[in-house]
Design a protein around this ligand. Sequence first.
Ligand SMILES: [Fe+2]
Length: 315
Amino acid sequence: MKIILKKIDDKFFNILSLIYYTLIDFKLFLTFYLNSFKTIKPSVNTPFIYKNEIDTLKLDGVVRIRNFFDLNIINKLEQDFNNLKKNYENLSKAKIDANISKKILDKQTFEKGEKYYKNLLTNIQIQDPLVKSPLLLQIALNQNFIDIAKMYFNTNNVFITGANYRRSYSNQLPANDTQLYHRDRNSFKILKFFIYLNDVDENSGPFQYILYSHKNWPIFSNRKYRWDDHYIESKFAPESIFSGTSSVGDVIIADTTGFHKGKKLNKKFRTMITLNYSTFAENGGNKVKIKNFEKYPFEITNEQKEILKYASIEC
Ligand SMILES: [Fe+2]
């Protein structure tokens, strides 16, 4: 039934998708504004040193902060990722994109090693990263991120709503999934913090963002969820493309309700953490909640537990 509807839709200018995604946008908008009546003004740790970055973020939809993290922290995170990814049981189900009989990375293929399976798929990711990696949870709870989110949303009620711990590979496969431009629809407004664990230049998959598109986007772009570069380049000027090349220690923050993608890699790999912050729980998906706070090797305060109450992780 779904396939038939999709075929009909494709024949008629994707009118059904246009209605569907516009209704979702409208629903998210309503939820966001109804929720905003309950919020209280932000109170942050003084002095708040990221005021200029907040102004840029509000205006452009994206900002890069250089040297945000000490390199020792990034090295520890990279080690942590490398340790976790050694064990097949720590990985989320990974879709095989190469044209072979297997559709999912199974244990047998995984055991042939990263050099082998990197050619078969776009990325691997750690399952339930905020549960599996206490270090990552500590990074997510750092006060600067929370204060930036509070100032961006102009409310004290901000929550960590998701996390992703992922390695993307260069290979011969075509760009797909997150490597195609899209607007996130997990919330009307959402802030994502991107932390690279290796240096990223134009060839190693930088985050790409269309400036101002968190506020303005062509209504007919709701005809599809994902768009290729050709479409985006026909709608936006070349100078409105932000390319998030970065050195380790930098952080990129974006309101990903604007158009964005991860550029297809031409070399090596890119290991990246994504942390999501919003003012209420994200929409949809199968989620796992953090329950066993006492299992972490550090104390999590009641205030932090409140920030984590919608911290669901894709399973
Ligand atoms: Fe996205």
